[in-house]
Design a protein around this ligand. Sequence first.
Ligand SMILES: NC(=O)c1ccc[n+]([C@@H]2O[C@H](COP(=O)([O-])OP(=O)(O)OC[C@H]3O[C@@H](n4cnc5c(N)ncnc54)[C@H](O)[C@@H]3O)[C@@H](O)[C@H]2O)c1
Ligand SMILES: [Zn+2]
Length: 376
Amino acid sequence: MPRLRKLRIRAPGGSYPVLIGSGALGELPALLDGGERPSRLHVVTDRRVARSHGDRVERLLGRTGLPLSRTVLPPGEGSKSFAQLERILRDAVRAGADRRALLIALGGGVVGDVTGYAAASLLRGVPFIQVPTSLLAMVDASVGGKTGINLPEGKNLVGSFHQPRAVVIDLDVLATLPPREARAGWAEIIKTAAIRDESLLGLIESESAALLGGEPSLLARVVERCVRIKASVVEADEREAGLRMVLNFGHTLAHGIEAAQDYGGLLHGEAVAVGMAFAARLGEALGRTPRGTAERLERLIAAYGLPARVAHLPFERVWQAMSRDKKRGPRGLRWVLLARAGEAMIAADVPEADARRELRKFLADARTQRRRRSRA
Ligand SMILES: NC(=O)c1ccc[n+]([C@@H]2O[C@H](COP(=O)([O-])OP(=O)(O)OC[C@H]3O[C@@H](n4cnc5c(N)ncnc54)[C@H](O)[C@@H]3O)[C@@H](O)[C@H]2O)c1
Ligand SMILES: [Zn+2]
């Protein structure tokens, strides 16, 4: 078995290990035996992940000899709801959870977010372990301690900060991840590189074939870099006062697109890819991002099979949805722009008229591109 990568993340709310590599799941029993031994385990997963990995994970957990119970959620964003949160809490309590019970989130970001929030709420807080199974959850959602659910009024409107006791990233589970979901994960990796690490950007540019082929040691390196970057940003700014906002590069427009499509269109990662292309174009138009940066980013986005434009979206709908986003500053939308490839900056002073003009152009561009393609 290849060596596992291990790092420790320090945040004001707690410090925890992250294990990364093929076969990392095998470390779960030892992880649970060391330190404070829980009274029992409650696994939360979704049906799709359960089908592929549930039995094996429960067998591994069985080696601890701890009593084990579970809640299996329907797959999809809809599970970040009060109804599913209540199910998790009641299942855990009925199974006998006390303050030393430990929850295990086995799944993508949806399972991670709702399970983390359940752990934060159950008996005013029990520990939990993140076992992310989607690429997006591995590089983004499982690290940083943000947990929560959605309201019909909007995404992630209810939640809390609750750090996991550990994060176990086993790259082998990606073998069953649907390709479209894998590509969506790459969008967050591109984002991470674009905002903080030009050498990582260079690596994913030059090694796209190997990485898309799932080359394990290279992939482990990239995942580790992303976890480290997210951790360093979060360590410096656990509660999103400032720096953490750079993680939202591409997300201002992405959230607008997702809402304008009633969350039934592009996947989050796909919308982020489009959002990054726009943020780079906007930065160039404002003279804050060096010329050519958007081209470079769009080439990379395309190399990972992601869209850089979206068609059929009326400007006003997107703009309105964007303006409702919770990450607004006192002076309107705050944009995350690229000072250069590998370094983000926060711009709270982008004149609304400029942003509107550039977005109009950008959305119109999608339409002309589509026409060009359909003529070809
Ligand atoms: N807490 C944070 O900091 C943070 C950061 C980014 C995203 N998020 C949240 O994460 C969520 C998105 O996460 P996601 O993209 O992982 O979505 P997801 O959890 O819905 O997973 C995507 C799909 O892939 C399936 N799946 C996951 N792993 C699989 C595997 N190994 N094999 C087969 N199928 C698998 C799931 O069943 C699901 O259908 C959003 O709700 C978002 O708000 C949270
Ligand atoms: Zn995101």
